[in-house]
Design a protein around this ligand. Sequence first.
Ligand code: GUN
Ligand code: ZN
Length: 430
Amino acid sequence: MATTLLLGQTLSFDNDPFAAGLKAARHLSRGAVAMRDGFVLEVGPAADLRGRYGDCTVVDHGNSLLIAGFVDAHVHYSQTGIIASWGKRLIDWLQTYTFPEEMRFDDPGHAQQMAELYFDFSLANGITSAASFCTIHPESVEAYFAAAQARGMRMIGGKVMMDRNAPEGLRDDAQSGYDQSRALLEKWHGVDRLGYAVTPRFAPTSSAAQLEAAGALWTENPTCAMQTHLSEQREEIAWMKELFPDHPDYLSVYEAHGLAGPGAVMGHAIYLTQREVEAMVATGSGVAHCPTSNTFIGSGLCDVRGLAARGIPIGLATDVGGGSSFSMLRTMAAAYEVGQLRGDSLHAAELLWLATQGSANVLRIGDKVGNLAAGREADITVLDLASTPVISQRAARAVDIWDALFATIMLGDDRAVEQVYVAGRQMLPA
Ligand code: GUN
Ligand code: ZN
């Protein structure tokens, strides 16, 4: 395959801006990305790379910004159809909207249709990798991985395990949940760019026996991810305590069943006790921050900076359909707003980090995607920093790239996503 040179502004990270501040980021106002065979060869000044890569295809993105593709650390593709459903808190929302919709995924036709829609919506928003919950139905996992594979995307997913406190038709049991998950894992994990995540929904919908089986499956397959929900809403925590009275806190339920460690992706993690924070650090477990979900379902305000300061891997997630947007820009804006309500202003560089390298690190794919850098897979999102009249007039006053990017974060949507490259391939109509 020939070399392609993308021209535009570029943003890359040399380090984590939560730890190193703004010097962690590198901006080139006239930059270029050289890519070949699905990988980034080099990022550098356009004039320099144009001189050295003579015989190549050049795609000029003008003044638009080239960044790593967004990585959505926690999403439910199966909830695409019920996004923006009104008026419930978590437990009622699950019973009223979510479970009836997830029930429909025993139909492979429905699963395929929703998977196709999900990937169209995610790509239109510049998301090139994600970790998704499927449903309890193996058909839902097959549809998801098949659609991801057809697009050549680096995607993680898993069959939801749920053997209690869910309606008839939406429960497996400890043995069948283990067996079906294992068969799916053996079929899909490590195939092309796909990865499996052991996926017990959350403590309240699994018996201790099922959590034990999930932990065993993860121990047997340690390169997989493990995804679940942790301390999202106060009512949920009270319910968990009734169901697991012998455990001191929520995280200890997962720890006791082998469900904490590197590659564990804990969705939400809002109401952690000091002990739980220490245990997150000690086990190396990660967090998926889901700000649009946390405001939409009325869950609460995650202490992103506090968790990051402890060295806990943390990334950003849409959590569709509890989350109210497929847009990672809108999700970054919500993370900013959640920070403001906590009295903490997250910088545009920190928001971008969370949405790219931060999420990739949580999912343990941070050596492959999440940064615009030599050797990474060429998953690239191109942002038009003047995509609407309102953004355009604001961007005209921007004092630097962060000011301009922040305007697009706060005001932008899929119209700001000019192009998306997956392993070097254009995914949106030119
Ligand atoms: N907790 C358990 N299941 C879910 C879910 O589907 N969405 C959210 N936001 N929280 C959950
Ligand atoms: Zn979720």
